[in-house]
Design a protein around this ligand. Sequence first.
Ligand SMILES: Cc1cc2nc3c(=O)[nH]c(=O)nc-3n(C[C@H](O)[C@H](O)[C@H](O)COP(=O)(O)O)c2cc1C
Length: 153
Amino acid sequence: MNRILFVSHCPSANTESLRNAALTGIAGLNLDDVMVVAKSPLETDANDVENCDGILLGTTENFGYMAGLIKDFFERVYYPCLESKQGLPVALYIRAGEDGRGTRSSIEKILTGLRWKPISESLILRGPYNDAFEGQVAELAMTMAAGLDANIF
Ligand SMILES: Cc1cc2nc3c(=O)[nH]c(=O)nc-3n(C[C@H](O)[C@H](O)[C@H](O)COP(=O)(O)O)c2cc1C
């Protein structure tokens, strides 16, 4: 069984919709050997990371940086998982009202330190909310699920 850990910070209805789009996309693939553990960053600990085969991260950009709870998540799991999870497939989407680049670069630095393996370019969903964002997030999530199922990552 491939286990995807999906950690998303969802402070608004729009970000909840993005989260749901990811879950619906994966569920629609009907993969028998893939399961998703979806949690808020505050609920997630190092054991969740230890026990996953791929991680999908969703954050907002706040004050030019990742959401505080996502930073807290990284602070709690970084050293406990540093040795054991090198090569972990990871995908990231960022919901940003205007920019998103500060969040992307700060998270990518952490991912480089952890030696997690991005499965695709980080997705920045920038500007006024657009329903098309949901398709982009679903596609990213499905790429993770299908790739794990096919042992591509
Ligand atoms: C305190 C606060 C700070 C924010 N700072 C930024 C920022 O620096 N850059 C940016 O692009 N968006 C910023 N935003 C906008 C959020 O990224 C956006 O509201 C969030 O992703 C939720 O999206 P939604 O409005 O579509 O629900 C900020 C929002 C809040 C509440």
